[in-house]
Design a protein around this ligand. Structure first.
Ligand code: PSZ
Length: 490
């Protein structure tokens, strides 16, 4: 209940050097419940949308936020509505809005300098950069992955991870210390083999890995992301679609795993025959944009076995699942894999993008995986404080406690409103429930908003929960109350 405890927050604010505005913190505590004053988007949001429309297509804008007044789990909009936010900027807010510990980070002048002097990290990293990587990012590295490449966003993390996989694959074919041939050097310049080899990356139907060209070739969640854009001839396998509740459908779901894995193996063989061999497989631990489709631990263990058997790299995309919301830092830790995955990409809650990998996925030559910024030291300072708070407040445990309450409540609602809801699923607070139709889903999300909840959809049927890690038991109760109220209004 830290957010509700005014004296504590006042104490924090007094301790801040150079911060005399204690009133700011005193007034910025979470409200007891959501406050809805206008329709959403309200009049001020609509006016701003018009202004934005002069410059760009504002069709995706739901509301304009007031990030000065947003606090904790509550997103404040420009019309003064305070929405309990279980979407959290598409799953990217770890500690809620305006967390006092994060506000504090840039009150320190050394940190401020690190923020404003953004280096080209590949060529002029700051003197503290290696130590920062070791003491912050590597502290949460997935077991077995001892190397790290930092990047900006999720798409560019995947994009560069894919390149690392292709470079690894060719290096294993060519031999460790063999130089590139003249023909390779010349042909790559005109996008031709052997320099630009015919290789592929296997992905899954329903996957989302980003919108840049390479990442988009492995994204298959909505046509609107892809249409008109040329792409690669790369294999796409089925991803399991389970029946819920899981414990009542074990046999059927195990057969579904088997079907999808057989398809993966068939595609690998197919593309080998076609001389476009599969160098790697990219997969989300829970397909997020595609509808919160889960794969069982066994599915992932078998998938890894297929990779090992065929000398193919396994990339687990933890851009959305990483950072603690499933109750573990990395969702794939739930799978009990025999070995670590080869590459794990991250972004969102981690503040900057990047990928953990092992030594073999590090090119020998410089400048092969590179760009101007390659991450952002300012974001790493925020991450440091986020990880401190996660540890001090035992937030991964909190995620499991709040998540269990929310999940149990959703299952109860599902039983009560079985004509509207089904298939509650997920881990920690990374949860989802399906609606009976796409129309019902969209209607329910709108009703939830009218009742003070900012929720998000995914796939055609799902409402997904992606609250901050600071989402507590009482927040879960509010969500369930508002959910019930909205369902009654349907
Ligand atoms: O519509 C979009 O572009 C969206 S909506 C949600 C996302 C993107 N998520 C981003 C994402 C992701 O969920 C996974 C599993 N992998 C990669 C990405 C791409 O990250 P960004 O958006 O940072 O490039």
């Amino acid at each position: 209940m830290r957010y509700l405890s005014v004296p504590k927050i006042l104490r924090v604010s007094r301790a801040l050097p150079g911060c005399s505005n204690a009133k700011y913190f005193a007034t910025n505590v979470e409200p007891k419940e959501p406050v809805v004053k206008t329709s959403i988007p309200g009049p001020k949001s609509l006016q701003l949308k018009k202004e934005l429309a002069e410059l760009q297509n504002p069709g995706s804008v739901q509301l304009f936020a007031d990030y000065e007044k947003s606090i904790g789990n509550y997103l404040c909009d420009v019309d003064g509505n305070m929405l309990l936010d279980v979407y959290a900027q598409i799953s990217s807010v770890p500690l809620g809005y305006n967390h006092p510990r994060l506000l504090n980070v840039f009150r320190n002048e050394a940190n401020l300098k690190s923020l404003i002097n953004r280096p080209a990290l590949g060529v002029f990293p700051g003197k503290d950069w290696p130590q920062k990587l070791h003491s912050i990012l590597m502290q949460v590295a997935p077991k077995g992955l001892n190397n790290l490449t930092t990047m900006m966003c999720g798409s560019c993390s995947n994009e560069n991870a894919y390149k690392s996989i292709f470079m690894w694959y060719r290096r294993t074919q060519r031999g460790e210390n063999i130089d590139f041939t003249e023909l390779e050097k010349e042909s790559c310049m005109i996008n031709m083999a052997p320099g630009a080899p015919k290789l592929s990356l296997l992905s899954f139907k329903g996957a989302f890995h980003g919108r840049t060209l390479g990442a988009l070739a492995t994204t298959h969640s909505k046509y609107i992301h892809k249409i008109d854009v040329p792409s690669f001839d790369w294999p796409i396998a089925s991803f399991p679609q389970y029946k819920y509740p899981l414990h009542e459908n074990e046999r059927e779901n195990a057969a579904e795993d088997k079907r999808c894995l057989a398809e993966v193996e068939d595609l690998i063989n197919d593309y080998k025959r076609r001389d476009i061999p599969v160098a790697g497989i990219v997969v989300e631990p829970i397909q997020s944009e595609g509808g919160d489709n889960e794969g069982s631990p066994n599915f992932f263990r078998q998938l890894q076995a297929i990779c090992k058997k065929n000398n193919i790299a396994l990339l687990i995309d933890e851009v959305q699942t990483g950072g603690g919301a499933t109750g573990k830092m990395w969702c794939h830790e739930h799978f009990d894999l025999e070995q670590s995955p080869d590459v794990v990409t991250f972004s969102k809650k981690m503040q900057l993008g990047g990928f953990f990998h092992n030594q073999s996925f590090q090119p020998k030559e410089s400048y092969r995986i590179f760009n101007t910024w390659m991450g952002d030291p300012g974001k790493v300072l925020l991450l440091q404080e986020i990880l401190n708070v996660i540890k001090e407040e035992d937030l991964l445990k909190q995620v499991n406690i709040s998540g269990n309450i929310l999940k149990k409540g959703l299952i109860d609602l599902e039983n009560e409103y079985s004509h509207l809801l089904n298939s509650t699923r997920g881990r920690g607070t990374f949860l989802a429930v399906n609606c009976s139709s796409p129309k019902a889903r969209d209607e329910l999300i709108n009703k939830l908003k009218e009742n003070g909840l900012q929720a998000g959809g995914c796939g055609d049927l799902a409402i997904r929960f992606r609250p901050a890690l600071t989402f507590k038991e009482h927040h879960a109760q509010i969500v369930l109350d508002r959910f019930r109220k909205s369902l009654k209004q349907m």
